[in-house]
Design a protein. Structure first.
Lengths: 113, 113
C-alpha cells in the first residue's frame, strides 16, 4: 500500500524567509503532483513532476523529485502573504489507463508580516 | 469552458437517506474520479472510471456506488447515508496519456446528521 507523508504539517513563516516542504512516499513511482488549496476552495494544480531529477519553478515556488530517495520537495523563496494556503503532494500509482493518486495530509502554510 | 462542475454545492441529509452527487466535465477527458476530504486530511480516492463504461474501486469505496453515465458525466450515490460520510466530496477528471494531470471540481460539502 502506497503511503505518502508530508512534513511539516503546519508551517508559520515570516514574509521574506525561505523554507522547504518535504514529501516522502513508500513505493516506487515516477509521477508526483503538487496542489494548492485555499480555505473552502478546490485544489489548484501547481506542478507535475514526471521523472527522476525533475525540477519545476513558478514564481517563488520550486518543486523537485528524487525517485530513488522517494522524496519530493517544495521550496518557497522569499515568502509573501499570498502564498498562505495548504499544499498537498500526491503520488501516482498509475494503472496504465488512469492515475490513482494517494495524497499526503497536507502542509498548512501561514505567512505572517 | 466550465471545466469540472459538481452539483449540489451543499447538502444536509439525515442518517439513512440517499442522494446522488453529480459531476460533469467538458474537457473531453476519458478518466474521472471521486474523492472525499475529511478535516485536516488529504483527499482519499473513493471510485474512479478510467474510461466510459468502466469503474473501479479506490481506497474507500464502502457505502458508495458510482455510475459513468457517458464520457462527460460521473455520479456518486450514497444509498443509506451515515454520519461517517460527512465530508467534502471532489470530482476530478484527467486525460489518459503520459501526464494524467487531474483537474478538480469545486466540491460538494455534505453533512449527515
Amino acid at each position: 500500500e502506497l503511503k505518502v507523508e508530508q512534513n511539516p504539517l503546519f508551517l508559520s513563516m515570516q514574509e521574506g524567509k525561505n523554507y522547504t516542504i518535504y514529501c516522502n512516499y513508500s513505493t516506487t513511482s515516477d509521477r508526483l503532483y503538487w496542489y494548492r488549496q485555499d480555505p473552502g476552495k478546490s485544489l489548484e494544480s501547481l506542478f507535475v513532476l514526471l521523472s527522476n531529477g525533475a525540477v519545476k519553478q513558478e514564481g517563488r515556488l520550486m518543486a523537485s523529485l528524487d525517485t530513488k530517495a522517494r522524496l519530493s520537495t517544495l521550496h518557497i523563496t522569499a515568502a509573501v502573504h499570498d502564498l498562505s494556503a495548504t499544499y498537498f503532494c500526491a503520488v501516482d500509482a498509475h494503472t496504465g489507463t488512469a492515475s490513482k493518486l494517494t495524497f499526503g495530509t497536507g502542509t498548512r502554510l501561514q505567512v505572517t508580516l | 469552458n466550465a471545466g469540472v462542475t459538481q452539483t449540489p454545492k451543499f447538502q444536509v441529509l439525515k442518517t439513512g437517506q440517499s442522494m446522488t452527487l453529480q459531476c460533469a466535465q467538458d474537457m473531453n477527458h476519458n478518466s474521472m474520479y471521486w474523492y472525499r476530504q475529511d478535516p485536516g486530511m488529504g483527499l482519499r480516492l473513493i471510485y474512479y472510471s478510467a474510461s466510459e463504461g468502466t469503474t473501479d474501486k479506490g481506497e474507500v469505496p464502502n457505502g458508495y456506488n458510482v455510475s459513468r453515465l457517458n464520457k462527460r458525466e460521473f455520479s456518486l450515490r450514497l444509498e443509506s447515508a451515515a454520519p461517517s460520510q460527512t465530508s467534502v466530496y471532489f470530482c476530478a477528471s484527467s486525460v489518459t496519456h503520459w501526464i494524467y494531470e487531474q483537474y478538480f471540481g469545486p466540491g460538494t460539502r455534505l453533512t449527515v446528521t
